[in-house]
Design a protein around this ligand. Structure first.
Ligand code: ADP
Ligand code: ZN
Length: 216
């Protein structure tokens, strides 16, 4: 098999990692490991960890490396991850990348590549601060680019639309700052290892087709 289907999606918040993952997963069977989703589920569960996480996420800051890495490691230990995975939103710091490397070694699994989604800041901020989603069905809209027909009502199911607390303009700015300070160094880190593939906004459609082929 030539497929390279064990990949990291790297990019600023709002770069489209989640959307791209969802589109790919409609067509290829891969484990999707989104640390943001795992953490939001933890928050929703009302656990002690969830309560702590909610505060940190609302500030736009990152959770401690060891905690997030342990979550990812236990997910990677599940059988389906042997066939292929998309790590969406992890690693986000150099220590996380080192912990990932160690975990993959221990699990006798490996990484094939890192896809970096390169997007301009101005667009990122509009995507984040404009993002609203349906409480009932999860459909995502954007106040600037993809408005619902009726303000704050879901076109699909009539449900109420809401903004994620960490998508407020203040938190969105903080998340971008955190990206440049803590996550951006990973671009060079993986480039030096020969693993990096950069996708820009203009090439997105072409890249999707190419990725689909690679991930099969
Ligand atoms: P986005 O990529 O849109 O910022 P995510 O859904 O990936 O959002 O993550 C939401 C929040 O969850 C982050 O702002 C951060 O607080 C926390 N988080 C997610 N992934 C990580 C990670 N790898 N390390 C630390 N914190 C994380
Ligand atoms: Zn809906």
């Amino acid at each position: 098999m030539l497929s390279k289907n064990k990949v990291i999606f790297l990019g600023a918040p709002g770069a489209g990692k989640g959307t791209f993952s969802a589109m790919l997963l409609e067509q290829v069977k891969l484990a999707h490991i989104s640390t943001g989703d795992i953490l939001r589920a933890e928050v929703a569960s009302g656990s002690e960890l969830g309560k702590q996480a909610a505060i940190i996420m609302q500030r736009g800051e990152l959770l401690p490396d060891e905690i997030v890495a342990a979550m990812v490691k236990s997910r990677l230990a599940q059988d389906d991850c042997r066939e292929g995975f998309i790590l969406d939103g992890f690693p986000r710091t150099t220590p996380q990348a080192e912990l990932l490397k160690q975990a993959l070694q221990e699990l006798d699994n490996e990484l094939d590549g890192v896809i970096f989604f390169k997007v301009e800041d101005e667009l990122l901020l509009k995507r984040l601060s404009g993002r609203i989603s349906c409480k009932a069905c999860g459909e995502i809209y954007n106040r600037y680019f993809q408005k619902p027909a009726v303000d704050m009502i879901c076109d699909k199911c009539g449900g109420e639309l809401f903004q994620r607390p960490d998508d407020s303009i203040e938190t969105a700015r903080e998340r971008l700052k955190v990206f440049y300070e803590q996550t951006e160094p990973l671009i060079d880190y993986y480039r030096q290892q020969g693993l990096l593939l950069t996708i820009t906004e203009v090439e997105k459609n072409k890249a999707f087709a190419a990725l689909l082929e690679l991930l099969q």
